[in-house]
Write a protein that binds this ligand. Structure first.
Ligand code: C2E
Ligand code: MG
Ligand code: MG
Ligand code: MG
Length: 283
């Protein structure tokens, strides 16, 4: 089949490649415009302490209000933003918005943290932490209400300079979390040496705990490891009450996921968090 249609396939591939190149170039310039046109937005997903049901933090997640496509998820544009380096500008937008949100919430008397995701390219620039502190300071956002989420892979590979900056931020009162734990390869001695407060178990470690004893044993062992490192264990991507029940039994401290709430815009998040609409099984 491949041989008989060789010519056609070559034409097909080059047309596909051309389309891909156009698409990628289009996405890049659309992302540049999106910053200028203020098309980015943050949504917020709560994290609850298992047992008390108290909100301990919210995670800020980036959305793109695309003029044609509607609300676009990070997976559809962040990889390209990272390749092109535009993540630095987009990440600055995120940091400023998070700082403003923290300041606004703290004026409302909200005492839980707001967590922000950062990707490796953003931390390549040593000035990231300087700009983060400046943004927080400018709007009067206290560092104790900030949580920084770095991925396991980033934590394993970042420079000593970045580690020092993270340690300084933590000394200021910020909380440091490892995101997507269990998807990368961690050196345990390095993990122990990092300035850390919490470790988030990736959804892939939680997905099957309700029906698979092996998955449950692994999740429990990982939680034991996290506690051994002196950190809090946060379960992410918790989709069912059965998963939440098991996480409580095996000692997980905090949970986040659709079972509790979807990521929400600020107004919806605030009314959710101040209302009685809490998930009964958690309390
Ligand atoms: P993440 O930091 O691991 O965030 C969790 C992702 O899981 C979010 O996807 C969230 O909407 C989704 N999620 C939450 N609960 C559930 C659940 O119960 N089930 C399932 N299946 N998914 C759940 P989202 O918002 O699409 O973000 C994807 C990733 O994009 C994030 O993964 C993070 O790595 C990155 N990201 C998001 N916002 C930012 C940002 O502002 N800056 C940077 N650098 N990266 C960001
Ligand atoms: Mg995250
Ligand atoms: Mg995560
Ligand atoms: Mg994840």
């Amino acid at each position: 089949h491949a041989k008989s249609s060789g010519r056609g396939r070559a034409e097909h591939f080059s047309a596909e490649l051309a389309a891909q190149i156009t698409e990628r170039a289009g996405l890049e310039s659309a992302l540049r415009d999106a910053i200028d046109r203020d098309e980015f937005a943050l949504v917020f997903q709560p994290q609850l302490r298992i047992g008390s049901g108290q909100i301990v933090a919210a995670e800020a997640l980036l959305r793109w209000r695309h003029p044609q496509d509607g609300l676009r998820l990070p997976g559809t544009f962040l990889p390209r933003a990272e390749e092109t380096g535009l993540i630095v500008e987009i990440g600055d937008w995120v940091v400023h918005s998070v700082a403003e949100t923290i300041a606004r919430w703290s004026r409302l008397g909200i005492e839980h943290r707001l967590a922000v995701n950062v990707s490796p390219r953003q931390l390549d620039h040593a000035s990231f932490f300087r700009r983060l502190r400046a943004a927080m300071h400018r709007v009067g956002a206290p560092a104790r209400l900030l949580e920084l989420e770095i991925t396991e892979t980033l934590a394993m590979h970042c420079s000593d300079e970045v580690l020092e900056a993270i340690a300084l931020l933590r000394a200021d009162g910020a909380t440091i979390a490892i995101d997507d734990f269990g998807t990368g390869y961690s050196s345990l001695p390095r993990l122990r040496a990092l300035p850390l407060d919490r470790i988030k178990l990736d959804r892939s470690l939680i997905e099957h705990i309700a029906e698979d004893a092996g998955a449950r044993i692994i999740a429990q062992a990982v939680i034991g490891l996290i506690h051994g490192l002196g950190c809090q264990a946060v379960g992410e991507g918790v989709e069912t009450q059965a998963q939440a029940d098991i996480l409580r039994i095996i000692g997980c401290d905090v949970i986040q996921g659709y079972a509790i709430a979807q990521p929400m815009d600020e107004a919806a998040f605030l009314s959710w968090s101040q209302g009685e609409v809490r998930w009964a099984a958690v309390g």
